[in-house]
Write a protein that binds this ligand. Structure first.
Ligand code: HGY
Ligand code: MN
Ligand code: MN
Length: 411
């Protein structure tokens, strides 16, 4: 059994086939959650799973479960999977690798005619990215009971379209209840999305857990006025105030080395006219740290700065924390299964904490969970230039294969 391996070429071909959907000029992918392109990617995955003999179910958050029956099909499934939605300037591997590595495991089990005791399911989680609909990982969050279904379905994009409406529109508003069922184990394979594995020249990341995140939305209100006749000292320029917040967010990140991360990813200035002083600015803040208490210190520093800025500058300032995802530790046995799988296959490996959030973070609340990382070129992700090698992807998929077989048992 140990020398059983996946077909790396088949995995690579599937990745490249999926990458044609929402392909961008610079070689990346744009398949925002619940768009027609997301539907196309989901349909392609679903067809491949049917061809592999799976039965498919979709739940009320649009999560797709492709199931390969086990000998004892009443046993809880071993699950694997990730997401197919991408960032606007995303890559070909973020999320997709975990979904198609899961499919490759099923295809390999079929090739050798192996029957497992437990059923095995490959999952596509809806809206992992949190780019079109905030927050991130919202559908796996509903599955894990972190959010209720109404909250999940009511998440709206900048045009006011809700996830519930868009799930119906693309035909993925399923009937299955979201979560609430026993799971034997969940493994997610993913590119690291950072530079550590490549720098340390390791093929496999044995993921111990993931750092915590806090997401904020801030609206600064000043006063629109004419860019010509309005004297500088009398202005209430919301964009100038917002730019001070951007600098402070960056300072807070730098203030908690080496792990803290702090990002203003979105900024919208109103009325966005070259000769009108901005009266209102909306911006987002993404804080991350492996330690909860440091995350709280970063939160407090931001709030204190904003309070002072509003008082000194006569601005109105609304700060709302829209998401808190605490640091996560994965199941020790699942982590060991990943580590021993890498060792048995002779792959170089190292323990690592995930800088990015993943659906596995929420699923770990309802199932023993582990993650497998593989390197990505220059650690670049959330970028159209995202790259990974067929060899590393196949290695990660092989570790996934053996972790799943070990948990699902051979009939
Ligand atoms: O933001 C994240 O860490 C993930 O890509 N959603
Ligand atoms: Mn991802
Ligand atoms: Mn991502």
């Amino acid at each position: 059994m140990r020398n059983m391996t996946v077909k790396g070429d088949r995995l690579w071909d599937s990745l490249m086939e999926m990458a044609k959907i929402g392909a961008t000029e610079k070689g990346g992918n744009c398949r925002l959650a619940l768009t027609d392109l997301d539907r196309e990617g989901r349909d392609l995955f679903a067809n491949w799973c049917r061809e592999a003999g799976c039965t498919l179910k979709v739940d009320k958050m649009g999560n797709i479960f492709a199931r390969r029956a086990g000998k004892n099909d009443s046993l809880p499934p071993v699950m694997t999977g990730s997401h197919l939605d991408t960032q606007p300037t995303g890559g070909k591997y973020d999320g997709v690798f975990g979904v198609l590595a899961g499919l490759e495991v099923l295809r390999t089990l079929n090739d050798v005619g192996m029957e497992t005791e437990h059923p095995v399911e490959v999952v596509v989680w809806t809206n992992e990215e949190g780019s079109r609909f905030a927050p991130a990982m919202v559908a796996s969050g509903v599955f894990a009971g972190a959010f209720d279904l109404d909250y999940g379905l009511s998440r709206a994009d900048v045009d006011g379209k809700t996830m519930g409406e868009e799930l119906k529109r693309i035909g993925y508003a399923g009937d299955e209840e979201v979560g609430g069922r026993e799971i034997k184990a969940f493994f997610e394979a993913h590119i690291e999305q950072g530079p550590i594995l490549e720098h340390e020249e390791k093929t496999i990341g044995v993921v111990l857990g993931a750092q915590g995140q806090r997401w904020f939305e801030i609206t600064v209100t000043g006063q629109e006025a004419h860019a010509g006749p309005t004297p500088m000292p009398t202005r209430k320029d919301a964009l100038v105030a917002a730019s001070k917040i951007v600098t402070e967010v960056n300072r807070i990140g730098l203030d908690h080395p080496p792990f803290a991360c702090a990002t203003v990813g979105m900024i919208q200035s109103h009325p966005n006219s070259r000769n009108t002083i901005p009266g209102e600015v909306f911006l987002t803040v993404d804080f991350r740290h492996p330690k909860d208490e440091t995350l709280s210190q970063m939160d407090a520093a931001l709030r204190a700065f904003c309070e002072k800025l509003a008082a000194d500058g006569g601005f109105e300032l609304k700060l709302e924390e829209i998401w808190y995802s605490p640091p996560v530790e994965f199941d020790k046995d699942c982590v060991s299964a990943v580590r021993s799988g890498a060792k048995a296959a002779g792959f170089s490996h190292m323990d690592i904490i995930s800088g990015a959030g993943h659906d596995a973070c929420y699923v770990s609340r309802v199932a023993p969970t582990g993650m497998i990382f593989v390197p990505c070129e220059n650690g670049i992700s959330h970028n159209e230039a995202e790259e990974a090698t067929p060899e590393d992807l196949a290695a990660g998929c092989n570790v996934l294969l053996h972790a799943i077989i070990e948990r699902a048992g051979i009939a």
